[in-house]
Each structure stands twice: as structure tokens, then as C-alpha cells.
Write a protein that binds this ligand. Structure first.
Ligand SMILES: C[S@@+](CC[C@H](N)C(=O)[O-])C[C@H]1O[C@@H](n2cnc3c(N)ncnc32)[C@H](O)[C@@H]1O
Length: 266
């Protein structure tokens, strides 16, 4: 059985994915939620299990399924889509989640998964997509497909885009050493006014970013939740701030290497 090896920061990430998913799926019980169906999709789903220094920690697909059970949301139909490019990861995940008619685990590149999900939204106008994006790094991330999908179906997509600060900081190291400039996805994150982050908060979607935490400059994952409902205030206690607030902008500057913009006491 393939188990993902992971960093000491993984448990916190998994806790956040599970916690945010639970909050969102519970919010979808609201009388203001107007969709008949929710597709929960995790297109970099991994094996479902992490080994963090010998401790087994549930991965995002198991967190999502648990969030669904805990939300007790019987008002809407749910479907679950888990996909990963590695057949072994999907095979392991199949051993952890019992088969059910509303759930599929597919070996598939994320770009193809996003296109298939777009087709599904096209054919099902009363479906909302709850999308988890957790790539290892920019090279695996189908940025064009993601931007296209998010723009095309903006009012019908809530998203948890986990983008590792570690990856960005590695690139910052390379930039500082070799005079390399940001390109593509990273460059777009850096440019707040036109880039990927600002696209996430277009069309009425609100977004929350995690502020950097003292002593943990390299590892925090930075973009927790973008959706159509305001997150429950508890999340501010967890260090999440509105991305278009001054604190949110400072957090983005920090993650992009502008240390002067960071409030290190948080
Ligand atoms: C950070 S891990 C995901 C972990 C998982 N979300 C969790 O929390 O347990 C990234 C995953 O992306 C997969 N991957 C890498 N490139 C991919 C691609 N182009 N399309 C789909 N999956 C890919 C890897 O096999 C790996 O399982």
C-alpha cells in the first residue's frame, strides 16, 4: 500500500482542509443556498493517508468524506470526485473508502479532471462545485484550465486552493541566487491586481488567506478558502484573514518574498 510521506506541517493542512470542508458543507444547508447538487472534487487526491514521522494522518479525501458525514447535510445531493495522476495512489485510496454510487476515484491528470468537471457543470446548471486543489507545486498545476473553469463557472464554484508556501519560497531562493524572475503561476500570484489570487475573489467569491506564523516562515500553505458565503468567524482565530484586507495583502507580499510586509508576531 502506497502511503504519502510528509512534513510536520501536513497534519495542520489536513485539519484545515477537513475543517473548512465541514464549514462549507454545513453552510450549504442554508436557506440561501440555491443549488440542488454539490460535487466535491479533489483533483490531486493522493493516497488518502500520510505518514508523518511514523504517525498516520488522514489525507484530504478522507477529510472531505468525514466533513460530509459531520455536516449532516441532507438538503442537497452530494457527489464525490477524487482523482490523481498516479494509479497507485488511486488504488490505495480505493482500499480506504468503501465504494458507493455517488463516489468515483479516477486515475487522471488534473487538467483533464478540470475539463471533465467543466463539462459536468455545463450539463448540470443546478450543481455547485466544491473544488480542492492541492498540487505538489506549480509544475503540476494546470493553471490555464483552472483559470478557465473558475472564470466560466465562477458563481458555481467554491474552492480550497492549497498552494504551498514552501514551493514559492524555494523559487524565491532561486530568484535571489540566480536573478531568476517569477514566471507563469508564481508571477501571477505575485501580481495581486491581475493574478491568480485576484481571480479567485472575482464574481462575488470571498477569500481568506492564512497569515504567516512566527517561526514557520517556509511551510505554511497560503490560500485556504474562497467561496460565496462568509466563513464562520472562528476561522479568524485560526489565523485566516480576508484576502482583500490590509492584513491579507501583507500576507501575500510576505509569501512572495517581501519580508518587510509581514507581521511576524501573529
Ligand atoms: C500534495 S499531494 C496531494 C495530497 C492530498 N491532497 C492530501 O491532502 O492527502 C499531490 C498529489 O498530486 C498528484 N499529482 C502530481 N501531478 C499531478 C497531475 N498533473 N495531475 C493530477 N495529480 C497529480 C501526486 O501524485 C500527489 O498524489
Amino acid at each position: 500500500m502506497l502511503i504519502q510521506g510528509n512534513s510536520v506541517h501536513t497534519p495542520r493542512k489536513e485539519l484545515e482542509i477537513g475543517g473548512i470542508a465541514w464549514m462549507r458543507l454545513t453552510q450549504f444547508k442554508s436557506e440561501y443556498f440555491k443549488y440542488q447538487e454539490v460535487v466535491c472534487a479533489d483533483v490531486f487526491c493522493g493516497t488518502g493517508r500520510n505518514d508523518v514521522q511514523g504517525e498516520i494522518v488522514d489525507g484530504s479525501p478522507l477529510r472531505i468524506m468525514n466533513a460530509y458525514r459531520r455536516s449532516c447535510n441532507n438538503n442537497v445531493n452530494f457527489k464525490f470526485w477524487f482523482s490523481d495522476i498516479l494509479p497507485e495512489a488511486c488504488a490505495t485510496l480505493r482500499t480506504l473508502i468503501p465504494p458507493q454510487s455517488n463516489l468515483s476515484i479516477k486515475t487522471m491528470a488534473a487538467a483533464d479532471a478540470l475539463n471533465a468537471l467543466g463539462n459536468y457543470l455545463h450539463k448540470h446548471p443546478f450543481t455547485l462545485l466544491f473544488l480542492v486543489l492541492d498540487p505538489n507545486g506549480p509544475k503540476d498545476f494546470p493553471r490555464q484550465e483552472a483559470i478557465h473553469l473558475l472564470n466560466q463557472y465562477s458563481p458555481r464554484i467554491d474552492i480550497i486552493p492549497y498552494i504551498s508556501a514552501t514551493t514559492i519560497n524555494r523559487c524565491i531562493g532561486a530568484r535571489d541566487k540566480g536573478g531568476i524572475t517569477f514566471k507563469g503561476w508564481l508571477g501571477s500570484i505575485e501580481n495581486f491586481d491581475e493574478g491568480f489570487v485576484s481571480m479567485l475573489v472575482k464574481h462575488g467569491r470571498m477569500g481568506w488567506i492564512r497569515e504567516p506564523i512566527q517561526g514557520d516562515k517556509q511551510h505554511w500553505t497560503i490560500l485556504p478558502t474562497y467561496g460565496h458565503f462568509f466563513p464562520k468567524s472562528d476561522w479568524s482565530k485560526q489565523g485566516l484573514v480576508d484576502v482583500i484586507s490590509d492584513r491579507g495583502r501583507k500576507a501575500i507580499e510576505f509569501y512572495n518574498g517581501n519580508m518587510g510586509g509581514c507581521n511576524e508576531g501573529i
